[in-house]
Design a protein around this ligand. Structure first.
Ligand SMILES: Cc1ncc(COP(=O)(O)O)c(C=O)c1O
Length: 472
């Protein structure tokens, strides 16, 4: 009989696997590693139980499982042996130890909301009670037919509600068939890439730019042409000069991400004209266009699209909450069949319940009311945060004047590394993005991107500002 590599004490943690399972798995790994060979005799259940200090029944259970799966064969008086002819390579070795899925995520994770976290709406101000009541009503009203696959392009009720909202709030005239429901911005952009672009195509992206946009285009094998951004938004003349043949442009016209400047009307017109002449596509990322504090929200670029070149990507992440994973893409009328076709191939559909709930929220006027409340709250929180930080940090910093958005751009002195300060802030439990990380040209922009939507008061901002001052 072999000497057992199995006979070390078994862990007694109440969370660990049942003991019989641990014994079974030890046998499997011993076979897989070759320390138990086909034909080797294994100890009797009684002997092993004694050695391991467990009940005999526990070992018998493990042996029964090994036998049932063909790893061992009982030979009566001759004991039990590893099945002759068994191939070590064919052994189904135990699963690696249980590991909880990582919650690490950069821009999106809200598992622990940190001060200055970017892009997260004021979660404390979401009308959760109303939402829960509406949700309960939706659940109660669920019929058997609602349990089937939802249409891959989205529920008609939601597509209609979005088309109506866009008309009123963003100046976009579209019909519901142009609205494709997706699970987020990335899915919307991926749909456009799959439907309209080809590997090697050149695409204008803003510099600095929302990192996922750059990552998505790179991953798709598109060639990014980084177009500088100044006080009027993306420098269209630069694009025309350096990459006139590009197939597409991805822009954030309402509040450029991350500088929050607005694309001027003349540049909007120049961009649209280029796209019409070149037969190129414009992807308008209107992630937070509703949040403008100096005037009424400007109409979307899509509202000026006479030639059907603009694909409009909207999201519910900012106007409701990001955990909902709900967004949409509005395509030009002529492209409806193309997108229906591509969605038939790659579209999974979005949970019907979520869509029904959002449709109801919109239909009852709660959506518009919520946006109006948030616009007012964010304007207040923006002022409070800027004032608090300026008070604490004094003339060492400046804050960009921005017409809207959900974060501040805080400029540091010339010789201060934004990467270093962002890292120190993270070490002190705050959240900060270094602007230089969003730029293609590393030295072009230095500053901190600080979300203000969850900073509740000027006092809180000032307190945090004092901590930042010690890090400069
Ligand atoms: C520039 C920009 N575009 C789009 C989005 C929306 O992404 P999603 O719909 O995946 O939440 C965000 C969210 O932070 C963003 O900052």
């Amino acid at each position: 009989m072999i000497s057992l590599p199995l006979a070390s004490t078994l862990p007694a943690s109440p969370e660990s696997e049942p003991l019989y399972r641990q014994i079974y798995e030890r046998f499997l790994s011993a076979i897989a590693q070759g320390s138990l060979q086909p034909g080797d005799r294994i100890p009797s259940a009684r002997a092993l139980a004694k050695e391991l200090g467990v009940a005999r029944g526990t070992v018998e259970l493990a042996y029964a499982l090994l036998h049932a799966e063909g790893y061992v064969q009982p030979r009566g008086q001759a004991g039990t042996v590893i099945t002759p002819g068994l191939l070590a390579s064919a052994v189904n070795t135990p699963l690696p130890p249980h590991r909880a899925p990582s919650t690490a995520s950069d821009t999106a994770s809200t598992s622990a909301l940190l001060p200055f976290q970017m892009g997260i709406p004021a979660l404390d101000a979401f009308p959760r009670k109303i939402w829960a009541r509406l949700g309960a009503r939706q659940l109660r009203a669920t019929h058997a037919v609602d349990l089937g696959y939802p249409p891959e392009n989205g529920l008609p009720a939601l597509r209609s509600a979005i088309a109506t909202h866009l008309h009123v709030a963003r100046g976009i005239h579209c019909n519901p068939a142009q609205v494709f429901i997706t699970s987020g911005y990335r899915e919307s952009v991926n749909l456009v890439i799959q439907a309209l672009l080809t590997k090697g195509d050149q695409v204008w992206i803003e510099d600095p730019c929302y990192p996922p946009t750059r990552e998505l285009t790179n991953h798709a094998g598109l060639v990014a042409a980084a177009i500088p951004v100044d006080a009027e938004g993306m420098d269209i003349a630069y694009g025309l000069e350096h990459a006139p043949q590009a197939t597409a442009a991805i822009v954030t016209p309402a509040h450029q991400s991350p500088l929050s400047v607005t694309l001027s009307l003349t540049r909007r017109q120049a961009l649209l004209e280029w796209a019409a002449q070149q037969q190129s596509w414009i992807i308008e990322d209107d992630y937070d266009g509703e949040y403008r504090y100096v005037s009424r929200p400007l109409p979307a670029l899509k509202s000026l699209d006479k030639h059907g070149r603009v694909l409009y990507a909207g999201t519910f992440s900012k106007v409701l909450f990001p955990g909902i994973r709900l967004a949409y893409l509005v395509v030009p009328d002529a492209l409806i069949p193309t997108f229906e076709h591509i969605n038939k191939i790659v579209g999974n559909g979005i949970p019907a319940l979520t869509q029904q709930l959002v449709s109801a929220f919109m239909a009852e006027g709660l959506f518009v009311r919520h946006i109006q409340r948030m616009r007012k709250l964010y304007a207040e929180r923006r002022t409070a945060t800027a004032t608090g930080l300026a008070k604490a940090l004094g003339p060492d910093i400046s804050i960009d004047p921005q017409p809207g958005g959900m974060h501040l751009v805080l400029r540091l002195g010339d010789h201060t590394s934004d990467t270093l300060i962002a890292q120190r802030m993270r070490e002190h439990g705050m959240y900060a993005h270094a602007l230089s990380h969003w730029s293609t040209h590393d030295t072009a922009h230095s500053g901190l991107l600080l979300g203000f939507t969850n900073i509740a008061s000027q006092e809180e901002a000032e307190r945090l500002g004092h901590v930042i001052r010690t890090l400069l």
